[in-house]
Design a protein around this ligand. Structure first.
Ligand code: RET
Length: 239
């Protein structure tokens, strides 16, 4: 059952990646950068699920706990890219906010790496400690999205503003579920077994990557405005 779910992940992410690439090829207006970033996100997830389904991405810890470490390799690549999508939507001049973007993505990488430490420790104390550090980083990160990115996005054209709001809310809600699933799963209190944990992460991963990408990439109006803006900024800079 668990392997079946992981293969479902491979198939789902492969199909989503193919679809996002087709949308990117068909896109007539600007904004193709969003297709590229989002297809990399689902492509990386497909690879990660393949590694987990074939057993390469998992290892036994503490004798009997199957630890899917490849999730963290997936997340350390894909969560910064999801944030990059959000930042590029929200910021009128991303080029003038490189410091902020690097800070945001850096905090995110820190969250995932400390999460990996939490997941791989065998002592309850070590796991709890790194879990708390990682969760604090996540709260700080989501706070920055809700405050700074939300206020920046208000100066965007209406369609861009609207899709940013939807995707940012989706992100805040879905991301908050990850530590909860982790806590009730095999890395935490073991209230649910490994199969249920794999299922819950699969649902979250599908929503946070495919759902997110679908909403963004099928919104041509917003992509056109966001892409057009990039071109304008460039030509203004040249002029
Ligand atoms: C962990 C455990 C330690 C505490 C925290 C976590 C947060 C993980 C998050 C993952 C998001 C993943 C996404 C994947 C893409 O589809 C590492 C589970 C806070 C927020 C969005």
């Amino acid at each position: 059952m668990e392997t079946f779910l992981l293969w479902l992940g491979v198939i789902g992410f492969v199909l989503a990646t193919a679809y996002f690439i087709v949308l990117g090829v068909q896109a007539t207006q600007g904004g193709r950068v969003f297709h590229v970033i989002t297809a990399i996100i689902t492509g990386a997830a497909a690879f990660s699920y393949l590694m987990m389904a074939t057993g390469v991405g998992a290892t036994l810890v503490d004798g009997d706990r199957l630890f899917y470490f490849f999730r963290y390799i997936d997340w350390v690549v894909t969560t910064p890219l999801l944030l990059l999508d959000l930042a590029l939507l929200a910021l009128v001049a991303p080029g003038r906010n490189v410091g902020f973007i690097v800070g945001l993505l850096g905090l995110d990488v820190f969250m995932i790496l400390t999460g990996l430490l939490a997941g791989s420790r065998s002592s309850g104390f070590g796991r709890g400690f790194w879990f708390i550090v990682s969760t604090v980083a996540m709260i700080a990160l989501l706070y920055l999205v809700v405050t700074r990115l939300f206020s920046e996005a208000a100066s965007q054209p209406e369609a861009v503003h609207q899709i940013f709001r939807t995707l940012a809310l989706l992100t805040v809600v879905l991301w908050s579920f990850y530590p909860i699933v982790w806590l009730i799963g095999t890395e935490g209190f073991g209230a649910v077994n490994s199969t249920v944990e794999v299922l819950l992460f699969l649902v979250l991963d599908f929503l946070a990557k495919i759902g997110f990408g679908f909403l963004l990439l099928t919104n041509r109006t917003a992509l056109g405005q966001a892409g057009g803006r990039g071109v304008q900024t460039r030509s203004r800079r040249v002029a």
